[in-house]
Design a protein around this ligand. Structure first.
Ligand code: FDA
Length: 497
């Protein structure tokens, strides 16, 4: 195929891509979105679109023959299992020193994530995106993003009484007994729906342990928010199971985009060429960085600047569990949607989400995903020998994160007379320090791009996703990714179109 021409092509359908598509379409521009993952709009033989966390099938992982669960041991036993190779929804992408989890499909990370919609504290914003006007962000773009995403807080009275947040209440009690600020955090889950799940009147998702491999009912993923609104304009089309492999200046102006169509086994079934006047890179921190680094190194976009690939961080992610006393059970029914955290950012560089461990049985464990102020930054580079893009992150670079997380949990353990769990990440291993859920950077704003995401060496090429953010957001990142995309696309529509 070939010869097709579109005004705007967006690579990827996560937060950045969905904001770009909606706002451009509202401005009267036709947009074509290209997504390597599946559409996730058709139920399987069990009547569900997504599989359950406790029963992973082929729908769980992106082109793997064995699951790679983030929490991969339980009571010291490995829990991973064989699955058929399929274009499943969660990619556990392995680099030398870190496994980077990402969503694959129309909706990107919104399909697999916990939906925690957290706006950073304003006093921390200058350290997150120093070249961006904080007043504009907090007056205009954060509110716009939160409204567009449908973020809301759990009803505190319901939190206090429902069985499914006993683990949250234990987290609160222990945080407060050690003198740490406990905070509720917003989520895009439909809280009324969750209450109905608890009363047994609707099919369950949060209360059926659905997380990581997709959510069948209550979560307002991008499919239900930005992408639904984009589709309603009639100006946005989406090609799922299509992967962009090249972008290069077209002879007659605009850009030639090369796209592989793949089947659900990952094999290429067709290669297509489209000419686009403008291209938005919204393939996520890893996806956009890999494309730009390769296209620069291999001569398709040689004038990209030397900042491309740099400034990558893991948002300081580190996981751990604590063993509670028998009189502090965390509950056999746990909502898979986290709603609270422990804030020790200012004093200890750590913000810990009180996370669920939705196994269906009492574990007497408290589980946490900490976001820490880890200063380490990695870079992507082209490895000509293997023809791949590599990332130079090292596992040892998580040590600052562990030290920061310990400022919370060592103290809680001392207060409670408890210990860390050692059976969740291996045999006698306390820290989940091998992974991130929050890849950020690789095409940093005002460095690899101008202050609005333009790749200035190539007019009409833009970056509009997590790769703009240099490695850390102090909290869960997607509200900041969305708000920054809202800011940048407004400027681009006003000045470039
Ligand atoms: P995103 O990754 O969302 O989208 C990029 C899309 O581009 C993907 O769909 C991908 O398949 C596609 N793509 C990549 N390369 C391509 C190519 N070459 N051609 C075509 N398509 C391509 N954050 C948060 O704020 N709160 C939370 O609770 C959580 N929880 C959480 C849990 C888990 C398990 C994960 C994996 C992640 C989270 N996150 C999170 C992180 C959050 O989901 C993440 O930061 C955002 O999805 C990133 O948004 P982007 O728009 O940058 O890319």
């Amino acid at each position: 195929a070939g010869g097709a021409h579109v005004p705007v092509l967006v690579i990827g359908t996560g937060y950045g891509g969905s904001v770009a598509a909606l706002r451009l379409a509202e401005a009267g521009v036709d947009v074509h979105m290209v997504e390597m993952g599946m559409a996730w709009d058709t139920p399987g033989s069990d009547g569900k679109i997504f599989c359950n966390t406790l029963q992973p099938d082929r729908r769980s992982y992106w082109l793997r023959t064995r699951t790679k669960a983030p929490l991969n041991y339980f009571l010291g036993f490995p829990i991973d299992r064989d699955i058929p190779r399929y274009t499943g929804v969660l990619d556990a992408e392995e680099f030398a020193g870190i496994t980077v989890y990402q969503g694959r499909g129309v909706g990107g990370g919104s399909l697999v994530n916990g939906g925690m919609a957290v706006t950073p504290k304003r006093e921390n914003f200058g350290g997150i995106l120093p070249s961006v006007d904080a007043n504009e962000m907090y007056d205009v773009y954060y509110p716009r993003a939160n409204a567009g995403l449908g973020a809301g807080l759990v009803d505190p009275a319901w939190f206090d009484s429902t069985a499914c947040y006993q683990y949250g209440r234990v987290g609160r009690k222990q945080a407060q007994r050690s003198g740490f600020p406990f905070v509720f955090v917003p989520d895009v889950y439909d809280w009324d729906y969750m209450k109905q799940e608890a009363s047994g009147t609707v099919p369950k998702s949060a209360l059926a342990g659905e997380i990581l491999y997709g959510n069948n009912y209550g979560k307002k993923s991008l499919q239900k928010t930005y992408l639904a609104r984009a589709a309603a304009t009639g100006r946005v089309t989406v090609s799922a199971l299509h992967k962009v492999t090249s972008v290069a200046p077209a002879p007659g102006g605009g850009y030639t985009v090369v796209i592989d169509q793949i089947d659900t086994g990952g094999s290429v079934t067709a290669t297509k060429t489209v000419t686009a006047d403008r291209v938005f890179f919204a393939a996520g921190s890893v996806g956009t960085s890999k494309l730009l680094v390769r296209l620069k190194a291999t001569g398709a976009l040689p004038a990209l600047n030397d900042e491309v690939g740099k400034g990558w961080g893991d948002n300081g992610n580190v996981m751990c569990g604590r063993a509670n006393h028998l009189w502090d059970p965390t509950g056999s029914l746990q909502s898979s949607i986290p709603c609270c955290g422990i804030d020790n950012w200012a004093a200890g560089g750590a913000f810990a989400e009180v996370a669920p461990l939705p196994t269906g049985i009492e574990t007497f464990a408290s589980f946490y995903l900490s976001i820490t102020k880890n200063p380490n930054r990695a870079a992507f580079s082209w490895d000509a020998a293997t023809g791949t893009v590599v990332l130079n992150w090292q596992t040892a670079w998580k040590q600052p994160s562990i030290a920061m997380a310990k400022t919370i949990f060592d103290r809680i353990n001392a207060t409670e007379g408890t210990i860390y769990r050692t059976d969740l990440f291996g045999v006698y291993k306390i820290w989940g320090d091998h992974l991130t859920y929050h890849p950020l950077g690789g095409a940093v704003l005002n460095k690899a791009t101008d202050n609005y995401g333009r790749l200035t060496a190539y007019p009409g090429l833009y970056v509009i996703d997590a790769s703009l953010i240099p490695g850390n957001t102090t909290v869960n990142p997607f509200v900041t990714i969305t708000a920054l995309a809202e800011r940048n696309i407004e400027k681009i529509i006003a000045t470039d179109l």
